[in-house]
Ligand binder design. Structure first.
Ligand code: FES
Length: 146
């Protein structure tokens, strides 16, 4: 392969990737949907009331926290503080998430900011229950944006 063929290969490959990304973007705009993976994150029987469990969603580097607030109530949020991305921890006795970096507090009920420097709520992870399994099926972008 000479230099000209290699340059042609690079240009065509870049053009193909650009068109592919453009298609994904247009499809996302038209449907208004983002394709989230469905991923089992825990067994109901593993988590006591007041307990929590860490998992990653939607990607392997997206830490999240699942909490059980009552016998049949579960909620999950991104574990990244919306201030500067420190990991929040669950404080069941105070029904809130606490960020140790700058004392940011979020409601365990809906992820809204209770106190501290964060300006946005914790993004909520959408869950579905299938028997004993809890499955993450999406991220609520409304809470992420508001
Ligand atoms: S990083 Fe959480 S309050 Fe600053």
């Amino acid at each position: 392969m000479n230099r000209r063929q290699f340059a042609k290969f690079l240009v065509l490959t870049s053009a193909g990737m650009f068109v592919g990304n453009l298609w994904i973007l247009i499809r996302s705009w038209l449907t208004g949907e983002t394709a989230w993976p469905a991923r089992p994150v825990a067994l109901v029987s593993e988590i006591p009331v007041g307990g929590s469990r860490l998992f990653n969603y939607p990607g392997p580097n997206d830490p999240c926290i699942l909490i059980r607030t009552a016998e049949n109530e579960f909620a999950a949020y991104s574990q990244k503080c919306t201030h500067l991305s420190c990991a929040v921890t669950y404080a069941p006795q105070r029904a809130r998430f606490e960020c140790p970096c700058h004392q940011g507090y979020f409601s365990a009920q809906d992820g809204r900011v209770l106190a501290g420097p964060p300006q946005r709520p914790l993004p909520r992870i959408l869950l579905q229950r299938q028997g004993d399994r809890l499955i993450a099926v999406g991220v609520d972008l409304q809470t992420e944006r508001s």
